[in-house]
Design a protein. Structure first.
Lengths: 120, 1047, 233
């Protein structure tokens, strides 16, 4: 078992844990946390897919010889993607929490079961 | 060409700029806001125009100066141009509509809306998978904010549910992207598609593509992962719901279109299934729905489901894919946006509350336009699109899909037109609609656009090229001049019909000419009473003419599509006509349901025929062999919904009886012949296709229809219902006669058609005028009117003589031909039933004339006068025609007989002077000489009359008080009337035949659908957590199906 | 317990789905596809030492612009959703003062964190980091100030202006690429000379863009924190 696999496994585990939280918790904030955990899991998996054992970060400083860069660095693309994914994740989570703040003000409840006015 | 990058730059730049201009006030920021949207609309239109007119080629735009896959690239092709034009223009209208809502929330709302548009444009243009994710998030986040910003509990909780669902979709999407990237090493969509097709079966790729596509499907709100979406539609501001349903759904559909090439065959099949399922289930759930916006939500989701189906069937649809897709998409886009906007103006939570707009003909017109565009009626683009879709699916043998789509479409018709009926027919409410121009303009614009799109898109189909839009233009003009007084429009319509008929009729062959004359002369005769109406009669003329345009279109049709187009046109027009009656709401609904169902059967039948023969001509039906039985049954059933044969008849009595007095003859005497015409076309085409057993069955159906129609007619108290049931029976005769498939039988059928047209028009005009004057339908409330309305009496008298088939009038000829025909054919049992039902007919005919005209007059009718002269004129014209053809039947029948020889070559009737004779095995079989009969009858009648005049000199006249003489006052006075329950003794003997078995059966079917709908929609229980369960179950369920198990 | 069954089934199902992925992952030994091209050409194309930055700012610049838009919109949306009714002065509930340590420590730390944030985004093309990371660091300094001082208020006018202007300039730099180089050069960082590899002022417009992003993200996150810290109604 190498290090990539460990990160993958942790990522997948986080995804499962997050889903479990979303499916079982009644508190809306906890559900959001569940989603956040899933997001983190996915982000870990993304990074792990870019990893190549024994290589260095994709920064072409003195440690990396320019002409052999492609043999020395890990895949920079997933890292760039994760950066974007994180920022967007943050934005969405913040917005979700804002909704919860407003919902709480309406009904003084954080339980998801109290917001079933719209149905069928 | 302006670089499409500028769309992104403009929207984003303005979005960043606006907050800093907050101080300058909403006027400045609002102006900038609109200029921005206008600018991007112009850019997209410019591209659209370049592709449409200048032959612009597909254009790739790179960013950052590098070619893909290194950088993100945008693609601008015809499809992209159409889609972003739609989106940007829709957004512009949406911005106009919702501007007040935005302004209340400050400049931030404007910013969010700009970015919302940006997101959608990006989704359409980009060719990079991760970039799709980014733009998807921009669109979604903007939507969340737009939903939640009014801070109502409903919108906040809806927004929260949306965010949860969107969040799950996002993580799946990301996971999918990285899995695919890890195998293909690129994020560029084109590169990915190429790599995936090379890579073959990699497990990681399989999972990656699967969850990528499923996350898009979740965003598209497919069943069952769509509970949240319904709450969103219901809870959001209607302006925002309009945008979600129209613009962002369009963008997402295009995303699906873009990523679909990644999918394997199996996955594509699953998407096809999901699309159909969504369409069916949404429409099923919708029928129990009473909340306006939620209903619209169901309808939206259903339409999107159908579009998903179309996208996933792209390979099957081939060259027609774009037309079908855009035909359906544009209809949905414009109509649904319009409906949501209307809903925002009406502000009625329940659909019954929409009765508010009753007093606004323009809003009703818009509403009607929207729902008819959704359902796919002419002249809207969805008709041709649905038509082509079904045709192509039939070619590929996808009969299951066709059936499901058609059933779901029928459900859609049910709930949309029930809603429409509420608006037209419910008691008016006191509330008024608050209108503001900035909200009305977008609605008007989409209404007009639907017609424009209908014209262009219908003509873009090969099938649509031959559609004659000129008569339709007349309908349009009538809508525009509806403010004129009725008599002006009446004159115009009469002139138009006469002119059209003058040009058309001489060019037709004999059979078609007969029906053209029925339709056109019928038109003239039934429009004349229109002069008696004072005022404007808003809405009458356009729809009446629409029906006649459809009828004439049937005659002129040579291809399946022309025929179907005309058929639907006629159906819609007649639906509106029937709906005009006072208590007609439920009857009009059942009429349109049967008609739409029938139309779908016809569509299916044509599709099967086209699939087998590859031809679109009506005459190609004769080449159908493999599917002959099915095609024949489908088409016959479809046409029989119009002829109201037994089992399919329950719409007719109410629809005809409750219609306005001059509408009843239109929909009875004239409209029913459309079904006959259809059957004739069908029978002629398929006479040699080994379906003789079916003719035999139809013969029985006709006979039974005749018998039951007459029996039930005898038990009616309502004069117009009596005539309506009588029509059912008469059409039964015609069906029977046609099913004989002999020359003489057909002569009888055509003779019956002509005569039924004449005497039923006569009777409905006469009785209708009386009913209108007396303000009651019940015959036991009439009586003794012979002295007050002698002219009407003569009309009814002639009418019933003709109908009953006693000599000397033309009805006798029909009977003579029919009896000859069935005896020659050897159908004795059926013939006996026909003969017996002819006897039964005397019962109700006697009741009709006796109850209305004879006996003592009611007190309140003592001052009654003759009916309007405008009703009498057509009656006496008809009487003239009736008399003429009774004397000279040869003029018509000989020609018809000869022309029928082409199809039915055996012996026809032989003419000798005025006398007709039939031959069996070369021996004289029967003779009919109208002239001698007339003389004989005249002599008999004269003798009888003289005898009566002599004998009745001593008779005492019966007065009112001679009838009601003594004892207690009965609880229900009408029971003492001589004609109340006149044939109760027969009811004891034959009443079991009149049990409403058929109505009960159809009630059962509707109840079944309603209770299924009500039971299963509880599935959407409103809890966000349940929706999470739905979404995840949806994904894993299909994953395991595709994967063939857990491992 | 029974209520846990459905979630358990679902999570186990997802587990099997992920297991399928897990068991099929093959360790990577080489760069493939587009990342290989980046590694080979990135330095000479764009002159940025940090390849991730080169990808984020230039190659996939459209993503980043979108990302900035997302964050901007989230900030806007949160401000919109948490907008306050105009409250009377003095109605603010009294809060406990921050502790002495926090108050003093923050005075020491805030400038350092701010500088560190600025360092991160200015050096984004040379070392790990960039606009988003630097912006987040700056926002954390602002958050520290909120914690340390109850009465601390950010100047919305200035923050708003910085936010708007930096965003505008970002878009303008993108358009300049179109105008000055060509139709396919939106957001091309080679608008300015690439300069000497490894120096602060190199890699074309990347440092400028990252600075703008840093400022924008910093002010946006700070505003979000400000909006979310309470005092509603």
């Amino acid at each position: 078992m190498n290090i990539t696999n460990i990160v993958h496994i942790i990522g997948f585990a986080l995804i499962l844990i997050g889903f479990w939280g979303m499916l079982t918790q009644k508190n809306m904030i906890k559900i959001i946390l569940g989603l956040a955990i899933v997001e983190v899991g996915v982000q870990l998996v993304m990074v792990a897919f870019g990893f190549i054992e024994g290589r260095t970060a994709p920064i072409l400083d003195s440690a990396v010889e320019l002409s052999k860069a492609s043999e020395l660095i890990v895949d920079p693309v997933p890292q760039a993607l994760v950066l974007t994914a994180i920022v967007i994740g943050v934005a969405v989570n913040a917005l979700m929490l804002t909704f919860v703040i407003r919902l709480y003000q309406k009904k003084r409840s954080l339980s998801i079961n109290d917001y079933k006015d719209l149905k069928w | 060409m302006v670089n499409p990058i500028y769309i992104i730059a403009i929207l984003l730049g303005l979005g960043f700029l606006l907050p800093s201009l907050n101080k300058t006030g909403i006027k400045v920021t609002g102006t900038i806001f609109f200029l921005g949207i206008l600018a991007v609309s112009v850019i997209s239109f410019q591209w659209l125009a370049a592709f449409a007119f200048d032959g612009q080629e597909l254009k790739m735009i790179f960013t950052a100066g590098f070619e893909p896959p290194m950088s993100i690239n945008l693609q601008m092709g015809l499809n992209e141009a159409v889609i972003i034009s739609l989106i940007n223009f829709g957004a512009l209208l949406g911005a106009i509509y919702s501007f007040r809502y935005f302004a209340e929330n400050g400049v931030q709302a404007l910013v969010v809306f700009l970015l919302f548009i940006l997101g959608m444009n990006g989704l359409v243009l980009t060719r990079d998978i991760f970039n799709i994710f980014v733009f998807l998030e921009i669109t979604s986040i903007a939507t969340y904010i737009l939903i939640g910003m009014d801070l109502r509990l409903k919108s906040l909780s809806a927004g929260f549910k949306y965010m949860i669902a969107g969040g799950i979709a996002t993580v799946f999407l990301l996971l999918g992207i990285i899995l695919i990237y890890s195998k293909t090493g690129t994020l560029n969509l084109d590169g990915m598609i190429a790599a995936v097709s090379i890579a073959g079966s990699s497990q990681i790729l399989f999972v990656g593509v699967f969850i990528l596509i499923f996350s898009v499907l979740i965003e598209l709100k497919v069943f069952p992962a769509n509970g949240w979406a319904l709450d969103v539609y219901e809870g959001s501001d209607t302006g925002i719901s309009a945008m979600i349903s129209a613009t962002s759904a369009t963008a997402l559909l295009f995303v699906l279109y873009k990523v679909l090439p990644l999918a394997s065959m199996d996955l594509t099949q699953i998407i096809v299934l999901i699309g159909v399922l969504t369409f069916v289930v949404s429409n099923l759930f919708a029928i129990k729905q009473k909340s306006t916006n939620r209903l619209l939500g169901y309808s939206s989701i259903g339409q999107i489901g159908l579009l998903i189906f179309v996208i996933a069937s792209k390979d099957v649809l081939g060259a027609n894919f774009e037309k079908i897709f855009f035909g359906l998409l544009i209809s949905h886009f414009l109509a649904k946006a319009g409906l949501f906007w209307l809903s925002g103006i009406v502000k009625a939570e329940k659909i019954k509350g929409w009765v508010k707009i009753k007093k606004n003909p323009i809003l009703i017109f818009a509403f009607g336009t929207f729902i008819f565009a959704l359902m796919g009626f002419p002249p809207f683009p969805s008709l041709a699109a649905k038509w082509s879709l079904v045709m192509i699916l039939a070619e590929n043998g996808s009969f299951l899909w066709i059936s499901l789509i058609l059933i779901a479409s029928l459900l859609e018709v049910l709930y949309l037109l029930r809603w429409f009926g509420y608006i037209i027919k419910l008691e008016d409410s006191e509330e008024k609609v608050e209108k503001s121009n900035h909200q009305l303009v977008p609605i008007y614009v989409v209404t007009v656009l639907l017609y424009v799109a209908g014209f262009y898109l219908t003509r873009s189909f090969d099938a649509g090229l031959t559609i004659n839009f000129i008569p339709l233009a007349l309908v349009g003009i009538l809508f525009l001049i509806d403010f004129l007084p009725a008599y002006v429009k009446n004159t115009l319509v009469l002139a138009a019909i006469s002119y059209y008929g003058y040009n058309l009729v001489p060019e037709l062959d004999t059979l078609k000419m007969i029906f053209a004359l029925i339709f056109l002369v019928g038109g003239i005769l039934t429009f004349i009473p229109g002069y008696s109406v004072k005022g404007k009669r808003i809405g009458f003329y356009p729809v009446a003419v629409m029906m006649y345009v459809g009828l004439v279109g049937l005659i002129e049709a040579t291809t399946f599509f022309e025929f179907f187009f005309a058929w639907e046109l006629m159906t819609v027009g007649s639906y509106f006509l029937i709906l005009r009656g006072k208590r007609s709401m439920p009857h009009a609904l059942s009429y349109i349901l049967f008609s739409a169902g029938g139309a779908y059967l016809i569509l299916f039948g044509f599709a099967l025929s086209g699939a087998e023969t590859g031809s679109v001509l009506l005459t190609s039906l004769s080449d159908v062999h493999i599917y002959a039985t099915v095609v024949f049954i489908l088409l016959a059933l479809g046409f029989m919904t119009k002829t109201a044969s037994v089992g399919l008849h329950i719409w007719l009595p109410g629809a005809h009886a409750e219609a306005e007095s001059d509408v009843s003859p239109m929909v009875s005497a004239v409209l029913l012949k459309a079904g006959v015409f259809g059957l004739i076309i069908l029978f002629i085409a398929m006479r040699n296709n080994d379906v003789s057993n079916l003719f035999y069955i139809l013969g029985w159906v006709g006979a039974i229809t005749a018998l039951l129609g007459n029996i039930i007619a005898s038990f009616q108290e309502d004069a117009k219902k009596l005539l309506a049931y009588s029509s059912i029976a008469q059409l039964g005769y015609i069906l029977f006669a046609l099913a004989l498939m002999t020359n003489v039988g057909w002569l009888g059928a055509i003779w019956y058609s002509i005569n039924h047209f004449l005497y039923k028009a006569l009777l409905f005009l006469a009785v209708g005028a009386i009913v209108m004057k007396l303000k009651t339908h019940n015959m036991y409330e009439m009586g003794g009117l012979i002295k007050k309305m002698p002219m009407s009496f003569i009309s009814v008298m002639i009418g019933i003589i003709a109908l009953s088939g006693v000599p000397p009038l033309s009805g006798f000829g029909g009977k003579w031909l029919l009896y000859n025909a069935f005896i020659l054919k050897g159908w004795y049992f059926q013939g006996a039933i026909i003969a017996f039902s002819g006897v039964v007919a005397f019962l109700y005919l006697w009741k009709l004339i006796y109850s209305i005209f004879l006996g003592p007059i009611k007190d309140k009718h003592r001052k009654m006068t003759e009916v309007s002269v405008w009703y009498l004129i057509p009656q006496y014209l008809i009487i003239g025609i009736l008399m003429f053809i009774a004397m000279k039947p040869r003029m018509i029948l000989e020609k018809v007989g000869i022309s029928l020889k082409e199809y039915l070559p055996e012996d026809t009737v032989t003419w000798n002077g005025n006398a007709a004779s039939t031959f069996a095995d070369g021996k004289l079989f029967g003779v009919w000489d109208p002239f001698y009969i007339m003389i004989i009858v005249m002599v008999l009648f004269g003798t009888l009359l003289a005898f009566l005049l002599v004998a009745s000199r001593k008779a005492t006249k019966v007065k009112m008080f001679n009838v009601v003489y003594s004892a207690e006052r009965p609880e229900s006075p009408q029971t003492t009337h001589f004609s109340y329950n006149m044939f109760s003794h027969y009811r004891k003997a034959m009443g079991f035949l009149a049990l409403p078995l058929v109505s009960n059966f159809w009630d059962f079917i509707t109840d079944l659908f309603h209770s299924t709908s009500d039971f299963f929609r509880k599935f959407y229980n409103g809890s966000a957590q349940s929706y999470i369960v739905h979404i995840i179950s949806f994904v894993v369920f299909f994953y395991f199906i595709l994967n063939g198990g857990i491992f | 317990m029974i209520k846990r069954i459905i979630p358990a089934i679902l999570v186990i199902s997802i587990f099997f789905m992920l297991l399928k992925v897990m068991t099929n992952i093959t360790p990577k030994y080489d760069l493939t596809g587009v990342s290989k091209t980046y590694a080979e050409q990135g330095a000479s194309d764009l002159g940025a030492m940090n390849l991730v930055t080169a990808i984020v700012v230039t190659y996939r610049g459209l993503d980043t612009l979108g990302e900035v838009a997302v964050l901007f919109m989230a900030g806007t949306g949160i401000a919109l959703l948490l907008r306050r009714k105009k409250k009377k002065k003095g109605s603010v509930a009294k809060k406990r003062e921050a502790s002495e340590i926090l108050q003093t420590g923050s005075k020491l730390l805030v400038p350092i964190i701010m500088m560190f944030g600025a360092y991160i985004f200015i050096n984004g093309h040379l070392s790990p980091g960039g606009g988003f990371q630097g912006g987040a660091a700056i926002a954390s300094a602002v958050m520290l100030m909120f914690l340390a001082d109850n009465s601390f208020k950010i100047n919305h006018k200035v923050f708003g202006l910085i936010e708007s202007l930096s965003g505008m300039f970002y878009v303008i730099i993108g358009i300049l690429g179109l105008v000055m180089i060509g139709a396919d050069h939106f957001l091309d960082s080679r608008l300015l000379p690439l300069g000497e590899f490894g120096k602060i002022l190199s890699a074309g417009t990347i440092p400028i863009i990252y600075t703008l992003v840093g400022l924008k993200v910093g002010t946006e996150l700070a505003s979000i924190i400000d909006n979310m810290k309470g005092d509603l109604e």
